[in-house]
Design a protein around this ligand. Structure first.
Ligand code: MRU
Length: 365
């Protein structure tokens, strides 16, 4: 597979992404294996339910919006498989309900997974025959890929307005095309700012323990012709104090209705530091990352992952054997530390309870 550094114009006016984490090839769901980047660029076939669950849990595919689309595709392709067995509608619906729960349990924090599954599962009521239901689910899930690209582009264009003509930007984890199904959210803002004529220097925080910033964000930015600068997570304070950072922009895994935001572990540290140094701290995310059922960050479930992620490097133990480890994969940044939330409905400002409610209303209408 080859990757181009420019985005081409499609047949319509929309841009067609060239680095995509999820593709449909010959009716198979093909994921770009994000565990392998940048060492190698390999595909992972996730057409079966079992393979898709593994892929989400093991982070072959990762990043909240990409997980949402992957889950939706996994459910739709399972519907197609079940429909081909000729089972009765009631059994089909029961099995689909079970598949949805299995997929939803793979990763708990990113609300986009629940969002994508709910949206595809709701289609069971729209057709009568199992094959018609499965066809509708597959077409809708596949359509989510381009839909996400367009949403990301739209929110990024809003976000670009917040970037000055010459800016040092710090980002964390990976909120680029890989994490979002095209263009990116936090990285999308950076791409759009460059298209707007801004000269940006991008610092990408390593993002312990899975190194999404060092491995994926640096790789994506190089694909795009940037010259990213990698820093360890612990260098952020020094970087801000030395005047190199004009703004921080990150993605999100779940946003409560009061604006509290869960994102990759270490995000909260950056938000506190940015506020201390009077540097604007922005969150860029599609509206599907807002959880309308959660009033504050206290209610956001935080995934805890294997100790080995923290204490092993390439399978080699780096800590005393048997030591205890705490490995929360996300943290919550309180809304009062966030200068703006950048969405496809525009740039939301505090008080977030009001601006988020207004934005969700535009989505419904
Ligand atoms: O554990 P990951 O790699 O799935 O976590 C991803 C992040 O925290 C991203 O910053 C977040 O999903 C935003 S992606 C637009």
């Amino acid at each position: 597979m080859s990757f181009e550094t420019t985005y081409k114009k499609g047949s319509g006016e929309s841009l067609v992404p060239s680095v995509m984490p999820i593709r449909i090839v010959d009716d198979r769901i093909v994921l770009l294996d994000q565990r392998k980047i940048p060492d190698s660029v390999e595909d992972f076939d996730a057409t079966s339910l079992k393979d898709m669950c593994f892929a989400i849990k093991d982070m072959v595919v990762r990043g909240a919006p990409s997980i949402g689309v992957a889950g939706a595709l996994g459910l739709a392709w399972e519907a197609k498989r079940l429909a081909q067995t000729g089972m009765a509608t009631s059994v089909f619906l029961d099995r689909l309900g079970e598949a949805r729960l299995t997929l939803e349990s793979t990763r708990p924090t990113a609300v986009n997974l629940r969002w994508g599954l709910e949206r595809i599962h709701a289609l069971t009521g729209k057709e009568n025959s199992v094959s018609a239901i499965a066809d509708l689910m597959c077409a809708s899930a596949e359509g989510m890929i381009l839909e996400h690209f367009n949403i990301n582009k739209c929110l990024s264009d809003f976000g670009a307005q917040l970037v000055g003509k010459q800016s040092g930007i710090l980002t964390h984890c990976n909120a680029g095309s890989l994490a979002t199904c095209g263009w990116g959210t936090a990285l999308g803002v950076i791409l759009s700012a460059r298209l707007n004529g801004s000269e940006v220097t991008v610092y990408t925080a390593e993002t312990r323990p899975r190194q999404q910033g060092m491995r994926l964000t640096a790789w994506e930015l190089l694909q795009e012709g940037f010259e990213p600068i990698i820093v360890t997570d612990s260098m952020a304070g020094h970087l801000m104090a030395s005047g190199k950072i004009d703004l921080v922009v990150v993605g999100a895994d779940r946003i409560a209705t009061n604006g509290d935001t869960a994102n990759k572990i270490g995000t909260y540290n950056l938000a506190v530091l940015a506020n201390y140094h009077a540097i604007p701290f922005y969150v860029a995310a599609p509206l599907s990352t807002i959880d309308p059922h959660i009033e504050s960050g206290k209610d956001i479930p935080i995934e805890e992952r294997e100790p080995s992620e923290v204490i092993e490097l390439h399978g080699q133990l780096m800590a005393p054997a048997g030591v205890k480890v705490f490995n929360p994969a996300f943290d919550v940044t309180r809304a009062n530390l966030i200068a703006a939330i950048i969405t496809e409905a525009g740039i939301l400002k505090a008080p977030y309870r009001t601006s988020i409610a207004e934005a969700l209303k535009t989505l419904r209408s």
